[in-house]
Design a protein. Sequence first.
Length: 131
Amino acid sequence: MRQFIGFFLVLFSVALVLAACSGGAAPADPGNAKPVVIQISSVPDPALVGDVAFTLLITDKDGAPLEGARVDIGVDHTDMTGMSMSGPATEQGDGQYAISANFSMSGNWKMTVYVRKDSLDYKEDFDLKIQ
């Protein structure tokens, strides 16, 4: 019985030390924060086969509209190689950029958005479902 109590006390002590050393959750690494936030909307919504107008709202990490950027868009059908489109989006003001595309096929598409301004050179991919 004495060995059992001793074993229990050692186990309890180790658990206590591990709990004290674990601390809380690690803080987020500010170095991994996105330099811009991109929100995409489409007309029609949801996007359908045919003509689709996309509006991108691009803001900096503090939520201020990003103006004067060069925004290039590429779209690729993820299920069929060779089906792709690309072009520059036009600035609409207040951090909004617009581009139109004509989708000849439904399915899964990937939109790649490139944002460049001064030293900013940012790229982000978005999944699209064209119905």
